[in-house]
Design a protein around this ligand. Structure first.
Ligand code: FEO
Ligand code: CA
Ligand code: CA
Ligand code: CA
Length: 695
């Protein structure tokens, strides 16, 4: 396993843009392995077709309104303020503060934070921040205070988990100033959790702590009405932990199939735990969705071709969990691995509910899952498979959402994602292939754009499921979805991360984070939808469903943003002047503010600056004007943005995760300063004068 000395604040040499330590623990070194998609699917440039009409009929999507609950703010707390102020003042953004504070689209009027390598959360001038909750803070009744030197699995099961990624903030009617925060805990980094961790010989207690540190947290948070500060409310009856050992129900068409039966569960419907929950979404019926992403890395000893397509290894796993529970050993329990890689649905309002894994949405490395409703109330879920050269998908339900809060209504809505059709995306460019030269140079029509189709893979009904893929049963399509995508010729993308419809316009944004292997060796070369070979910085695709109906089976698309240093000719910011935008690299999570601006958080930025959060207008004359709102500490990724009227929430994931760092040799002192263990945490940011964000 590769180990390197700490190089704080410098970009790693890793092709995927992260430190080797992050690659090792987060995605099982996916980028060091061969590309799992060896199918010979056509690429976009093979066919030139007329673009669809991009005229869109505006249709407001029904989404849960994210309530914000901050009052006037006076002071901030949290990160090392002096360092942060210095970094903020050092940037071009600060020198132009007066200009920027008056300019920009509504919701984006702030002085952009300059690129920096400060070990802090650096926010715009005039804003304050606080740490809402950290790894290990007790949230359940009876859970002890965090003690890094005396961790136990029992304690961790009642405490906030490790490596927060997706965040949802849900209303809490009847409790003034309070909301319900739901967080994903994507993965554990044992080297940064346990002093003297021996990766070759983890102890049972360490493994069980890691199981308890994965999963989800629900925790009630309370806003300070004077300052905008947000704090956790421990021991609230809605607080809950879901871990790698919590019971889940498999639902939908593949539930109960032979492919999902194990010696511990001959019904094929019950599974323990959720793993590697990355991003997610909030449903209009008040539940949350969570993507099980790099689940492959927890399983050992497989030699099956189907497992190879998912990157499941032939040897021992990184964390050696198979030594402590044979279900992680594919040689001993072959079907357990088929029970991970789904979209999870969680009902945070019912602490006794059994969370579900939705087989109808397919099995792959789900980054996220976000919803738009059809005009007649059926949910359409967009979801991407985060792997180099993999695909993005949508699911169109055949059932209508019901309104209300009765148990019967909630039960009905929890079944919406069990019946419908799963599709995969195929994209076609409208410029001649010869004009897509792999450098990022725009073709002669001035845009990377084209048309696309949603290819049906399988349909689930109350009476059973039908496969639309030759040679595969419906069960196989839902469990080996990547192979189904291969067979129908889906378009190989540059790592589809978050994907989300704009609630104001209906247009869908797909973050394609990077793909250093594009055009390298025998891998697929650049095409109009993925126009740069060795794509280091990624891009964002904007998709318009035909007639702006989410259930359409055809769409138009264009590249909204081609990321990188704006001085690099191979970048594009929706046509906005490039001397007026912030540099950005490796877009990952996306979110919308109440004005319809797109907010983008980055993971593994390759421009020498720390990762951060950016806002960009998607409509009007300022479309494409991208501005950086914050940066995160050494080694961290910015995750889970929630943008309300008066508050921005971000999850600071894997701070200090830099090659060579350990508990004794930390690469970051965030959030609690020198001498304290580095802890992933959630941060709230608000305006010092109590006004709306970016107003
Ligand atoms: Fe967990 Fe695709 O990022
Ligand atoms: Ca074109
Ligand atoms: Ca992500
Ligand atoms: Ca990522």
């Amino acid at each position: 396993m590769r180990r390197m000395l700490p190089l704080i604040g410098t970009p790693s040499s890793h092709p995927g843009g992260r430190s080797a330590m992050t690659c090792r623990f987060r995605c099982g070194d996916a980028c060091f392995h061969e590309v799992p998609n060896t199918s010979d699917n056509a690429y976009v440039g093979d066919v030139i077709a007329g673009a669809l009409s991009r005229r869109s009929m505006m249709r407001a999507a029904a989404v849960v309104t994210v309530a914000t609950a901050t009052g006037a703010a006076v002071v901030g707390t949290g990160a090392p303020e002096a360092q942060a102020a210095e970094a903020q003042a050092a940037g071009a953004g600060a020198s132009d503060a007066a200009y920027w504070s008056k300019k920009g689209a509504r919701g984006l009027r702030f002085a952009p934070v300059a690129p920096n390598t400060t070990d802090a959360v650096v926010i715009p001038d005039g804003y304050h921040q606080n740490v809402v909750i950290r790894w290990g803070e007790p949230i359940l009744r009876g859970a002890p205070a965090f003690d890094p030197e005396n961790q136990t699995a029992k304690a961790q099961a009642g405490q906030f988990g490790y490596n927060n990624d997706f965040l949802a903030l849900l209303p809490l009617p009847g409790e003034r100033g309070r909301e319900l925060l739901v967080a994903n805990h994507e993965y554990t980094d044992e080297i940064l959790m346990f002093r003297g961790y021996d990766a070759a010989n983890p102890t049972r207690e360490q493994v069980e702590i890691a199981w308890a540190a994965h999963g989800l947290s629900a925790v009630v948070v309370e806003a300070d009405r004077r300052t905008g500060k947000l704090t956790a409310v421990p021991r609230h009856h809605l607080n809950r932990r879901v871990t790698a050992t919590t019971e889940f129900r498999l639902t939908g068409p593949a539930a109960g199939s032979d492919l999902l039966k194990t010696s511990a569960d001959p019904t094929g419907t019950k599974v323990l735990g959720t793993l590697n929950n990355c991003s997610g979404g909030t449903t209009p019926w008040g539940t949350t969705l969570h993507g099980e992403e790099n689940f492959n890395q927890y399983f050992a000893n497989s030699s099956r071709p189907t497992d190879k397509r998912y990157g499941i290894g032939t040897a021992a796993s990184e964390r050696k969990w198979e030594r402590f529970d044979k279900r992680f050993d594919v040689a001993q329990e072959p079907n357990e691995v088929h029970r991970f890689g789904y979209v999870v649905e969680f009902d945070p309002y019912d602490p006794s509910s059994t969370p579900r894994k939705h087989t109808a949405l397919g099995r792959f490395k789900h980054e996220a899952a976000t919803i738009r409703l059809t005009a007649d109330g059926r949910p359409v879920v967009y979801t991407g498979d985060d792997e180099r050269f993999d695909y993005f998908y949508k699911f169109v339900s055949s059932k209508r959402m019901k309104h209300g809060t009765s148990r019967a209504v909630r039960e009905h809505n929890l079944s919406l994602l069990d019946e419908g059709t799963l599709y995969v995306a195929k994209l076609t460019g409208d410029s001649p292939a010869i004009e897509i030269d792999g450098t990022g140079k725009l073709p002669s029509d001035g845009e990377f754009d084209g048309s696309g189709e949603w290819i049906p893979l399988a349909t689930a009904t109350a009476k059973g499921a039908v496969s639309h893929v030759e040679g595969m049963t419906a069960d196989e399509v839902f469990v080996f979805t990547r192979l189904a995508g291969d067979k129908v010729g889906a378009t190989k993308m540059d790592r589809p991360e978050d994907i989300e419809p704009n609630p104001r316009t209906g247009k869908v944004y797909v973050a394609l984070t990077n793909n250093s292997n594009r055009g390298v060796g025998t891998n697929a070369k650049a095409d109009e939808a993925n126009p740069r070979n060795a794509n280091k910085h990624g891009h964002i695709l904007e998709l318009t469903e035909r007639w702006n109906r989410p259930e359409s089976t055809t769409f138009a698309w264009l590249l909204f943003l081609v990321a990188g240093d704006p001085a690099d000719p191979a970048t594009y910011f929706a046509g906005f002047p490039k001397d007026k935008v912030s540099p950005i690299s490796c877009p990952d999570n996306v979110a919308f503010d109440p004005h319809g601006n797109l907010w983008i958080s980055t993971d593994g930025a390759q421009l020498g600056s720390h990762d951060g959060l950016f806002g960009v207008a998607t409509t009007g004359e300022r479309r494409g004007e991208l501005k950086q709102f914050l940066t995160v500490p050494n080694g961290a990724e910015t995750c889970g943005p929630v943008i309300g009227d008066r508050q921005v929430l971000v999850a600071v994931q894997h701070p200090g995760e830099i090659d060579g760092a350990t508990v004794d040799k930390p690469a970051s002192t965030w959030p609690d300063g020198p001498g304290k263990i580095v802890r992933p945490a959630v941060v709230a940011v608000w305006r010092a004068d109590g006004c709306d964000i970016g107003s």
